[in-house]
Design a protein around this ligand. Structure first.
Ligand code: NAP
Length: 251
């Protein structure tokens, strides 16, 4: 089966590194026009743009609500439309019971802003455009933590991702008649800089112990499902959440 996304504009937030970079690489073989968003990893983003056809770079700090609201309109203005939004950018900020209350509050606010409110802002702008332009697809990279929960210092992270799941289901249910589909991918531990922080703290053995498979999930294990969702071949699964977690949490 060959997936051809020529004529589609796909925005990947956090496309500079990790899972987002793997998604950009996978999209590179489909003919899509790719809007690669990054915050600070400009060098990595430029290398991807050099090696992959049709990649356009957009910088924005999604911790900033104004920049979050402006990102999708900037893409639409520059590239002439948007057919698929991939909400992938995310952060993990520690907020344990031992933290100073102000630090704890700031960690919750940053986590919710980047992981949930910015994704909602981008989705809102995308929906406004898609409703008037033949529809489109929203793909949200949530987490196993949304369903299984997380360790005490990462409760804010789990809550932000659970919010993303509820957001996606609501969008799927209420914008389907406008030809808008909405999907969640819920990865388990995936070998990126983000997972490395946890591995450094708890050790790789704890992560491996949970897996049904022998190998830790790689970003390239996530990317093909995003391409498949963007292709339209999964449209009747709108509202679903696909677990990609090496069998570590089967529900
Ligand atoms: P990563 O390697 O740390 O990359 C994070 C990406 O998000 C980068 O492209 C980064 O951009 C961007 N980003 C971070 N803060 C941002 C901000 N304030 N504004 C805009 N962009 C920002 O993480 P990853 O593991 O690939 O994670 C990708 C997604 O998968 C996240 O939503 C994460 O929650 C989810 N996920 C990851 C795992 C895992 O084990 N790795 C598991 C479940 C879910 P810059 O580099 O330019 O700053």
């Amino acid at each position: 089966m060959k997936i051809d996304l020529s004529g589609q504009v796909v925005l990947v937030t956090g496309g500079s590194r990790g899972i987002g970079a793997a998604i950009v690489k996978a999209l590179g073989g489909t003919g899509a026009t790719i809007a690669l968003h990054y915050r600070q990893a400009q060098k990595e983003a430029e290398i991807l743009a050099k090696n992959i056809p049709n990649v356009h770079l957009f910088q924005a700090d999604l911790a900033d609500p104004v920049a979050s609201r402006e990102l999708v309109p900037r893409v639409i203005d520059q590239l002439g439309g948007l057919q698929t939004l991939v909400n992938n950018a995310g952060v993990v900020v520690e907020a344990g019971l031992n933290h100073d209350p102000r630090q704890w509050q700031a960690a919750w606010e940053k986590t919710l802003q980047v992981n949930l409110i910015a994704a909602a802002s981008c989705s809102r702008k995308a929906i406004e455009h898609m409703r008037l332009n033949g529809g489109g697809r929203l793909i949200h990279i949530a987490s196993r933590a949304a369903f299984r929960g997380d360790t005490p210092e990462y409760i804010a992270y789990a809550a932000s991702k659970a919010g993303m799941v509820a957001m996606s289901r609501s969008m799927a249910r209420y914008y389907g008649k406008d030809e808008i589909k909405s999907f969640v991918i819920a990865p388990g531990f995936t070998r990126t800089a983000m997972a490395q922080e946890f591995i450094d703290q708890y050790g790789e053995e704890i992560v491996r112990h949970d897996l049904a498979l022998n190998d830790l999930t790689e970003p390239e294990d996530i990317a093909p499902t995003v391409v498949f969702m963007a292709s339209g071949l999964m449209d009747h699964a709108t509202g679903c959440a696909v677990d990609i977690n090496a069998g570590s949490y089967v529900r």
